[in-house]
Design a protein around this ligand. Sequence first.
Ligand code: M6R
Length: 623
Amino acid sequence: MCGIVGYVGRRSAVDVVIDGLRRLEYRGYDSAGVALVADGEAGGLEVDKRAGKLANLEAALADHPLPESFCGIGHTRWATHGVPSDRNAHPHLSADGRIALIHNGIIENFAQLRAELESDGIEFASDTDTEVAAHLLGREYVMEGNLTEAMTRVCSRLEGAFTLLAVAADDPDTVVGARRNSPLVVGLGRDEYFLASDVAAFIAYTTDAIELGQDQIVTIDRSGVSVRGFDGSPSEGKPFSVDWDITAAEKGGYETFMAKELREQPQAVADTLRGRIDESGQIVLDEVRMSDQDFRDVDKVFIIACGTSYHAGLVTKYAIEHWTRIPCEVELASEFRYRDPVLDRSTLVVAISQSGETMDTLMAVRHAKDQKARVLSISNTVGSTIPRESDAVLYTRAGIEVAVASTKAFLTQLAACYLVGLHLAQVRGIKYADEVSAVLDELVAAPGKIAQVIEGLEPVRQMARDCALNGGSGGGRVLFIGRHVGYPVALEGALKLKELAYLHAEGFAAGELKHGPISLVEEGTPVIAIVPSPRGRSLLHDKIISNIQEVKARGARVIAVCEEGDRITSAHADFVIETPASPTLLAPLLTAVPLQEFAIEFATALGRDIDQPRNLAKSVTVE
Ligand code: M6R
C-alpha cells in the first residue's frame, strides 16, 4: 500500500527517486509524485505529482525537468482517503509551502486533527488523511527549527499506521522518516543514504540496509543515519544485508513479471526446501525459534492469512490434520481477532504472509500473542514486521515477487507449510519415519514436476484465449470447483482470474454446487474442475466426476485439471490439462500452476494490465 522513497547523496535525486518508485510501483499505482529540495543556499521545494501510473509523472518530468537536486522524496499511491487525482497525490505541502511530506498508512484521528487545523485557519488542498501531518509538521518546524525534532512532536499526535518521510525547503541535506506499523528500511551507500518501503527501491545502489523498529524516527543526511524513538530517546535499527541482486527485480525478457515469476516456481520451491531436510530425513528448521518440546505441547493449530496466503493455509489444514491428528482451523486474518477465538499457550498460530507486512495479519498476530498463543510466521520477506513480532519464523525463499498477483509466493508457502506439518508429525512421533520420508521424497521431487507442468502450458494458453474471446457466452463468468485440497486450489484459481481479468470468477467446493451455485451455470459457462488422482479407486475422484456430469448436463464447458492418464476424466471433460502423478496432499503444487497461466492468458486477451491490476496493491498495509 503506497511505495515511498527518500534519498540524500551525490546522485541526481530525481533519478534515484523515480528509479525507486518504478520498483515500488507494485505497492500502489493510483498516482505518483516527487518533492526535491533544490541544491544551493536558497534551497526551495520543487514538487510534481500526477494521477495515474508513474509513467504519467515521468512524462511530465520529461516535459518540465526539475532543477538539480541531491535530496528528495517520492511516493506511489494506493488511495484510501480521497479519489486518485493530482490534488490527492503525494507529496503534500505544509500551509507555508516549506515542508513536503509523503505517507503510507492511515492516520486514524485525521478528522479530529483536520477540524483543529481548519479552526486555526488552515485551508486544505486535498481530501487525504495525510495532509494533516504535513500541516502539523510545518507548524512544528517553524517552532523547532529542526526537522527531526518537529517530526518527533508530530508523531506524538498521530494515531493509526504511518510511515512518513519529509523534507524542508531550507535543508537540502536532510530527509526525516517516521515508522509506526508500516514498513520502512534504510539503505546505506557510500556518501549516500536511502529510505524506502522496501529494499527493491535501492538494491541497484547498495545491498547494505537497516531495518527500523516500531515507533522509530530516522534522519538521513550526507554524513550518515541517526535513529531515535518516538519519545526522543536514542535508538538504533537492525543492520542486514540483502541477498538478491537487481536482476531479480527485472523482467528478464518476459512480457510481464507474473509470467517470469510463474516460471521461477520450480527453483523457488527447491530453494525453500533446500537445507531443511537432513541426510537422515529429519526436518531441520533452523530459523524456527521453537523447541521440539514446544511443538509437542501444541494441542491446536490456527492458521491466519489473507488472499492467496489464506488459500495456502486452507491446503495446510488438510495436511496438518492428516499428518499430525492435531485440530487445525484456518481463518481470514481480518476476521480473526474480532470474534474472540479461544487461544492459549498450547495453541500454535501459523501466520502466513508473503510480504510480512499485511496489516490484517499483523493485527491478528498481535491478538494471538496477547492471548499467549505461540506464533510461527511463514514469510518471504526477511526482517518484515510479522516475522519480527512472531515467536518463530520460517522464511520461504521465493525471491522478490513483483507482480501483484501471487504465483511463486503461493507455491513456496505450500512447501514451507508442508515442512511445518511434517516437522510436527516427526517431533510428536505420530507417523513412522518411513511414512514421513516417503512424503519428503515426493516433496523434493515436486520442483521437477512443476517444471514439467510449465513446459506443457501452451495448450492452456490457447484455450484461455478462446474462453476470453468467447466471454459473451456462458454468462460472462468462470466457475472453479474442487474437493479436498482441490477446493482451495479452485478458490485460488478464481482469485487469480478475478484480480487479473476483472471477471466474475468463483471457486466452490464441488459438492456444494448443487446447494445453490449451480444456478449460475448456463450454456457455455466455463467450469474448471480440479480433479484428484483416480489411483486407488479414489472416492473423491468418483464424486467429482459426478459433479462434472451435473454441470455438463446444464450446458457447462468443462475444463478438467487431472492426473496424467486419467481416462475417466478425459471422457467427461471438454478440455483436459494433465499434471504429473502426485500424492493427494501435495497435488496443489502442480494443479495451481495451469490456473495461474489460464488467468494470465485470459486477462491478456482482454487487454488487462497483468502486473498491476486495477484497484489493487501488493502489500496491503491498511486494515
Ligand atoms: O503479503 P501477504 O501474503 O500477507 O498478502 C496477502 C494477500 O494480500 C495476497 O496474498 C493477495 O491476495 C495476492 N497478491 C493475490 O494474488
